[in-house]
Design a binder for this molecule. Structure first.
Ligand code: SAM
Length: 262
């Protein structure tokens, strides 16, 4: 659907086809909402925030300015995990670091009915939205929320469980590039974008998640365009304890790192 069609179907509560086959008219309230959304969109606010929803991995999810808007690249991260879990029905313990809207956790819970998922985010606002999404999709019993700094969490102060799978799509934009991002991206929480001076601030601590893995456990990380060589340099140090491979996104860019104990 085009943006205009998305706005109109959301405001009128109709299907796309109705826009062309029925004679529709706005009530005064709908007209005002249309004016408001269109004005704010012209100012660069992301459409997903204006509509309060987005789609991820076939699920409708609530989003607002407290959370990062889920991206299609991250669907590849979820797909990668699902293809590497041999039996989707067995019990499996998952840790997600930096959960945002809960998009990854909810998708995994829906597809892995035996999964128990611990999610960590530093942002109270993000966790509030994530909890709404978990309730909306009926997976609350599978998911536990912790508000914590993932760096502290990984330093061992907060978690004593062991996991089959640790997953993270951490902030990975270098701080100096934030002001050059498109205007709609700049509406997203800085906390969800800022990966520190070189964009790699979270990858050193994330490799510590190693110690939280069960035997045969795996780490799955998303990373940014062109960051593979720097990430490999970080991973190289510990190559004797694990092997890794990379998965490409739909544009053919290296996007996901998968690490497994050797
Ligand atoms: C790029 S967003 C990813 C959100 C979601 N998991 C996804 O893939 O769409 C990164 C998330 O990490 C969280 N975050 C940032 N710094 C953090 C920290 N030090 N500890 C825990 N979470 C953090 C942000 O609040 C944000 O929700």
């Amino acid at each position: 659907m085009t943006e205009q069609e998305l706005i109109l179907t959301a405001i009128l509560g109709c299907e796309r086809v109705d826009l062309y086959q029925k004679e529709l008219s706005f009530t005064t309230v709908q007209q005002e909402r249309y004016q408001d959304i269109t004005f704010r969109r012209l100012q660069g606010e992301p459409l997903q925030y204006l509509l309060g929803e987005t789609e991820f991995f076939g699920l409708r999810l609530r989003v607002d300015r407290r959370v990062f808007i889920p991206r299609p690249e991250t669907e590849v991260l979820v797909e990668t995990i699902l293809t590497r879990v041999q039996n989707r029905k067995v019990k499996i313990d998952i840790l997600e670091l930096g959960t945002g809207s809960g998009n990854i956790a909810v998708s995994l819970a829906k597809h892995l009915p035996g999964a128990r998922i611990v999610t960590v985010d530093i942002s109270e606002g993000a966790l509030t939205v994530a909890k709404q999404n978990v309730l909306r999709h009926g997976v609350a019993e599978q998911i536990l929320f912790l508000q914590a700094d993932m760096v502290d969490f990984l330093a061992g102060r907060s978690g004593y469980l062991f996991y089959d799978c640790v997953v993270s799509n951490p902030p990975y934009i270098p701080s100096g590039q934030l002001s050059a991002l498109p205007v709609d991206v700049q509406h997203e929480p800085r906390l969800s974008l800022d990966g520190g001076e070189d964009g790699l601030r979270f990858y050193h601590p994330l490799t510590k998640a190693w110690s939280l893995l069960k035997e045969q456990g795996r780490l799955f990380f998303e990373f940014g365009d062109g960051q593979r060589p720097a990430l490999e340099a970080i991973l190289q140090n510990k190559k004797d304890t694990y092997c890794y491979d990379f998965v490409q996104d739909l544009s053919g860019h290296d996007r996901i790192a998968v690490l497994q104990k050797t």
